[in-house]
Design a protein. Structure first.
Length: 102
């Protein structure tokens, strides 16, 4: 199973469109367009999972740099997700005077 990163997508791209780009290269397990969790709008990239490594490599080589909707796609093997440290507070000082007027 190979996970493929697809970057520089149009913000209006739909899952079906991304799937149709990859289908000529082989079987697709999953397509996930990444969206902003607050607005639901696309963030301009997606991940495609293909079960056959050779087909995935062919898709990467065939689609990287291909222009779709006026944008050159960036297609490569996805890097494993790294763990981010938990967000440590520190924001804003709500409800405090913060030293004004002293």
């Amino acid at each position: 199973m190979k996970n493929i990163y697809v970057g520089n997508l149009s913000f209006t791209a739909k899952e079906e469109e991304v799937r149709s780009l990859f289908e000529p290269f082989g079987q697709i397990e999953k397509v996930q367009i990444i969206t902003n969790r607050d607005t639901g709008q696309s963030r301009g990239f997606a991940f495609v999972e293909m079960p056959d490594d050779a087909q995935a490599e062919a898709a990467i080589n065939g689609l990287n740099g291909k222009e779709i909707a006026g944008r050159a796609l960036s297609v490569n093997e996805a890097r494993p997700r790294t763990e981010r440290p938990p967000h440590a507070g520190g924001g804003g000082g709500r409800g405090r005077d913060r030293g004004r007027g002293r």
